[in-house]
Design a protein around this ligand. Structure first.
Ligand code: SF4
Length: 352
């Protein structure tokens, strides 16, 4: 058995060293850079992350710079990546390291997992890649590979399944090269053992894969729990007066707290979108001064289980009137100094 395990590890690592994508965070073992890349990669694609990662590292190269930064500056640098709690928690963790741990970054998964924003997956990734701890990483890609390798017959989104996959990956793990082994498993899931068209003929683990042997690869992983999506319809209005826009800061209790945006209004989705209906709607919302209305764009956006359809309009006003909602008029030239939500940025880009 030990011989088979050694072979499996060797095949996987050889494949990884030959085929791994050339990604910037793979050139370092610096815990700060690894940590940053791991939190950026949560819910976000590699292609989107690369330019953000490189730009962010230039501005904030270490924990000290993050600990000292103003939250609004960090949000600005993060704008567009979404899930802003990731960067807020990163700052909380950096401050904790500076204040309580004498700037020493914890090296073990069990210590890292106690810090803000780090779950089982991220702490195992940092501990193994940056500090060589022999602990397996289980992300969505690894779950898929393992569920096929072992034909795991149960629903994968349960704590029981998490425990099962953790045990399996710890068992397979190359204890001498835990960081590379973990990255190889994740890479295999991302590039070869993909959800719809797995490239089994190129897979270094084909010989060990039960699902492949049985010809039932696409039956795994088992997912019985369907995500329930909710539709939301938003009207977005760019209030413009000469060279000024009106923007508001999102409340502390809202998602994307402290980010800035143009005003959005939730509507039922049944309204017609002609300019009279929109003006009547805004009048009801206590906007007394309404000028020329012009459609900017139709957008779709997803946040968690929300599928959002947005119609955006520009409303030109003669003056910077007092508005019936919290916010402020700012010169258009100052926009780039605010951390704007992704939806707002998309709409304003179309508005130019
Ligand atoms: Fe995935 Fe196919 Fe490799 Fe099995 S043989 S691990 S199903 S790519």
């Amino acid at each position: 058995m030990e011989k088979k395990l050694k072979e499996l590890r060797r095949s996987l690592l050889e494949w990884y060293y030959k085929n791994k994508r050339d990604l910037p965070w793979r050139k370092t073992q610096d815990p700060f850079s690894i940590w940053l890349s791991e939190i950026m990669l949560q819910q976000t694609t590699v292609k989107t992350v690369i330019p953000y990662y490189e730009k962010f590292l230039k501005k904030y190269p270490d924990f000290k710079s993050i600990a000292k930064a103003k939250e609004s500056d960090l949000l600005k640098a993060w704008a567009g990546l979404g899930y802003y709690n990731r960067i807020r928690n990163f700052q909380k963790a950096a401050r904790h390291i500076a204040k309580n741990l004498k700037n020493k970054v914890p090296q073990k998964k069990e210590e890292l997992i106690t810090l803000p924003g780090l779950g089982s997956y991220t702490s195992a990734a940092i501990a193994s890649i940056a500090f060589n701890e022999a602990v397996g990483v289980v992300d969505g890609n690894v779950k898929r590979v393992l569920s096929r390798l072992f034909t795991y017959e149960k629903e994968i989104k349960t704590s029981k399944a998490d425990k099962y996959f953790q045990e399996k990956v710890d068992y397979l793990l190359d204890k001498k090269n835990p960081g590379d082994f973990n990255q190889a498993m994740m890479e295999l899931g991302a590039c070869i053992c993909t959800p719809k068209n797995p490239l089994c003929l190129l897979c270094p683990l084909q010989k060990y894969c039960l699902a492949f042997k049985k010809g039932v690869v696409l039956n795994y992983p088992l997912q019985t729990k369907k995500i329930k999506y909710k539709d939301q319809y938003l009207l977005a209005v760019v209030f413009k007066s000469q060279d000024y826009f009106f923007i508001r800061k999102r409340d502390e209790k809202e998602i994307m707290a402290s980010m800035w945006e143009i005003p959005f209004f939730e509507i039922s989705g049944k309204e017609s979108w002609d300019s009279e209906t929109i003006k009547a709607f805004l009048k009801k919302e206590n906007f007394p001064h309404l000028g020329d209305l012009e459609e900017i764009s139709k957008l779709r956006h997803s946040i968690m289980n929300l599928r959002i359809k947005i119609r955006s309009f520009q409303l030109k006003l003669k003056k910077k009137y007092k508005m019936p909602l919290q916010g402020k008029w700012i010169p258009i030239s100052d926009l780039s100094t605010y951390p704007l939500t992704t939806m707002t940025r998309k709409i304003l880009e179309k508005n130019n």
